[in-house]
Design a protein around this ligand. Structure first.
Ligand SMILES: Cc1cc2nc3c(=O)[nH]c(=O)nc-3n(C[C@H](O)[C@H](O)[C@H](O)COP(=O)(O)O)c2cc1C
Length: 207
């Protein structure tokens, strides 16, 4: 078992905790295999129950405290965010035993400069998904990708990809709270960071 002097700085130092979660989120934007790349997004379902699903972290603006996600405009989460913008993203790094829970309000962007820029920046293989003929969750008579036959298994031309643009949505989440949890055999650590007047205030919590 490691002793306390071998522990990372974030074991005892709140500033280091904050630096670490910021670095981890930034790392997840640029590194495809980063453990924080695929968090769980939770929304409040239209019937009031919780909804949770994996989503890819696309971009982060630390100064603006915003996270960008991409989705199909026809998916349940879009209607759910429209009704209740309060969302949470849960991230987990199994190697470091670090969990963070980021919460705030989300907005859905479909036909504005934010969505246009997100669409332009997305890889052709990602944009192809928006050509799907059925809205996500539609019951099918058999197993199928939902993609039209002419684009299945191949990357369509730019002209063909544009036909999926109206199904694309960018989600912008502005976060105001980050909960941190570090599991360690020498004793777990938990902390919360909240934005007040544009400044982060951190406090240790009982794990
Ligand atoms: C590894 C992985 C990555 C995913 N990335 C996304 C994504 O970036 N955007 C998205 O809308 N769905 C993504 N999904 C699918 C969602 O988890 C979910 O099934 C889908 O968006 C429908 O969700 P909804 O019906 O609750 O809106 C991903 C799933 C997995 C397993």
């Amino acid at each position: 078992m490691p002793n306390q002097t071998e522990m990372p700085a974030y074991y005892e130092d709140l500033n280091s905790v904050q630096t670490t979660w910021r670095e981890m989120l930034l790392g997840a934007v640029s590194e495809r295999t980063h453990p924080f790349k695929k968090p769980v997004l939770t929304t409040i379902g239209l019937n009031g129950g919780p909804k949770a699903r994996i989503i890819i972290l696309r971009d982060l603006d630390l100064e603006g405290r915003s996270i960008r996600l991409h989705t199909d405009a026809r998916s349940d989460k879009v209607a759910e965010i429209g009704k209740n913008p309060n969302v949470m993203l849960a991230f987990y790094d199994p190697a470091q035993e670090i969990q963070i829970q980021v919460s705030g309000d989300a907005t859905v962007h479909r036909h504005d400069t934010y969505a246009d820029a997100a669409w332009r920046g997305a890889a052709p293989s990602s944009r192809r998904a928006y050509l799907a003929e059925w809205e996500p969750g539609t019951p099918l008579s058999g197993p199928a990708s939902g993609l039209p036959a002419d684009v299945e298994g191949k990357i369509p031309s730019e002209e063909r990809l544009e036909q999926g643009r109206s199904n694309f949505a960018a989600i912008r989440m502005v976060f105001e709270q980050v909960d941190w949890l570090f599991l360690s055999p020498t004793g777990n650590r938990r902390a919360r960071f909240v934005v007040k007047s544009n400044n982060w205030t951190g406090t240790w919590l009982a794990p």
